[in-house]
Design a protein around this ligand. Structure first.
Ligand SMILES: Cc1cc2nc3c(=O)[nH]c(=O)nc-3n(C[C@H](O)[C@H](O)[C@H](O)COP(=O)(O)OP(=O)(O)OC[C@H]3O[C@@H](n4cnc5c(N)ncnc54)[C@H](O)[C@@H]3O)c2cc1C
Length: 413
């Protein structure tokens, strides 16, 4: 039985890995598009991120940010029915009850993924700087400190460890460099890795273990008949016959699903990062600089800084003010790290595939019995990669998924 996976980002590669391990013949089709999010991201594995993007309070904050050139969030205004229905569903999802229902499910999803990463990191051929050093949420203002302490309380109620620290407490955990903060919340259960190494090693393992890669042409569309996907049409005019299809094409998945009558709402959450090689000193612990919404991750010998969420309609243009805001946050929180502003050509960008309710789409389509969709992981796709891949293989095998996927239904909007 053959499975075709459309998209070779972290979700497609992890799906291929678990399917191949179960003995399936697998082919990955990838168009290699600029803006794939899976290598330049912040590499954080985050059980602490159990609150979905769409949550009460987010809209008011988002509207305030829209008017600031250096803010970490922006929606490029445009007349679009697709954007309007995404925003409407986002508004509907910012509901306390919906968020409460999602929290334990997301916690379990991340925890499973972390265990799978741990296991993968011990396999021959894999050395992707996986480390379990936790995650620090640093803050400079009492208001944000209060919000973070509230989140820590919720984490406790979900059975997760979260330590609320003052500045002295922070300096005992963050031993790599001095911080200029009011305090922090430390989540010891989080982990991190070097995503560029991970994706290369996954692809190498897959090729060595018989997975075919079809990279010379992307997918133009899918052919369907009698409630099944019957063929994959490539951009160079080829039609590939198929048994099972997995759509894991990140933000581009919506464009493949729409013509099939599957309304998969997705917007691009464009983000930026840059990587500093071997500094004299650097943070020891991965960190979110909370007011600035900037992620800082030590990766091997390097340090990666990333942030911003810009709904840009897949624009590859880099906003200098927003990118400068990311770079300026670093010395504001770590006064002994004063790197030069990186040149624009060294700035990476990627499109996070964002669903309106901040939850992934993971499941078998109701319309097409041989179609599985795995996308919409927004800011958590790296973290949730292996658990997603495992669930994809379970869905194809008609087995009970290892996590509860009911909230992730593909046709939920
Ligand atoms: C700045 C930044 C920091 C981040 N930090 C983190 C983090 O610390 N932790 C975390 O968990 N997540 C993080 N993320 C989010 C994470 O990177 C994404 O959720 C994840 O990479 C999405 O993976 P994907 O495989 O779904 O999509 P992608 O990586 O975008 O892959 C989709 C693939 O599909 C291919 N494709 C598209 N269209 C077609 C087509 N028609 N035919 C064939 N192939 C096609 C593309 O070429 C691409 O390779 C971050 C994102 C950004 C931008």
């Amino acid at each position: 039985m053959k499975v075709h996976i459309i998209g070779g980002g972290i979700i497609g590669l992890c799906s291929a890995y678990y399917l191949r391990k179960e003995g399936f013949e697998v082919e990955v089709i990838d168009q290699v598009r600029k803006g794939s999010a899976s290598d330049g991201n912040a590499g954080m594995i985050v059980p602490s991120h159990f609150i979905p993007l769409a949550a009460p309070g987010v809209i008011a904050q988002g509207v305030r940010w829209m008017f600031k050139a250096k803010s970490p969030f922006y929606i490029k205004p445009r007349l679009s029915l697709e954007l309007a229905s995404w925003l409407w569903q986002f508004y509907r999802a910012c509901d306390q009850k919906k968020v409460e229902n999602a929290m334990p499910v997301l916690r379990d999803y991340h925890l499973l993924s972390k265990e799978l990463y741990k296991e993968l990191s011990t396999q021959p051929g894999f050395e992707f700087a996986f480390e379990e050093k936790g995650l620090m949420m640093l803050f400079k203002t009492p208001k944000v400190g209060h919000e973070e302490a509230e989140t820590a309380e919720i984490a406790h109620s979900l059975g997760m460890e979260a330590r609320v620290l003052d500045a002295t407490g922070v300096s005992k955990v963050e031993t790599g460099t001095r911080t200029d903060v009011l305090g922090g919340v430390y989540y010891p259960g989080d982990a991190h890795l070097y995503p560029n190494q991970l994706v290369i090693q996954l692809e190498t393992w897959l090729r060595d273990n018989g997975v075919a890669f079809h990279c010379n042409s992307g997918v133009k569309g899918l052919l369907a008949s009698n409630g099944k996907i019957s063929g994959i049409l490539t951009q160079n005019g080829e039609t590939i016959a198929c048994d099972h299809v997995v759509i894991a094409a990140g933000v581009w998945s919506a464009g493949l699903l729409g013509p099939l009558g599957v309304n998969c709402l997705l917007q691009d959450g464009k983000g930026y990062s840059y990587t500093l090689p071997a500094l004299n000193q650097r943070p020891a612990v991965p960190t979110i600089l909370t007011e600035a919404r900037v992620a800082v991750t030590p990766m091997g010998q390097d340090l990666r800084i990333g942030g911003t969420l810009e709904i840009s309609h897949l624009s590859n243009k880099i906003s200098r003010p927003r990118f400068e805001a990311i770079a300026e946050a670093l010395p504001a929180y770590y006064p002994d790290i004063q790197p030069e502003m990186p040149a624009l050509q060294n700035v990476w960008h990627g499109f996070r595939p964002c669903s309106p309710d901040g939850l992934p789409y993971l499941g078998r389509s109701k319309k097409y019995s041989n179609l599985v969709v795995a996308t919409g992981h927004a800011m958590m796709g790296l973290s949730l990669g292996p658990a997603t891949g495992k669930v994809v293989s379970e869905l194809i095998r008609q087995q009970q998924p290892s996590i509860d996927v009911r909230l992730f239904e593909v046709e939920r909007f």
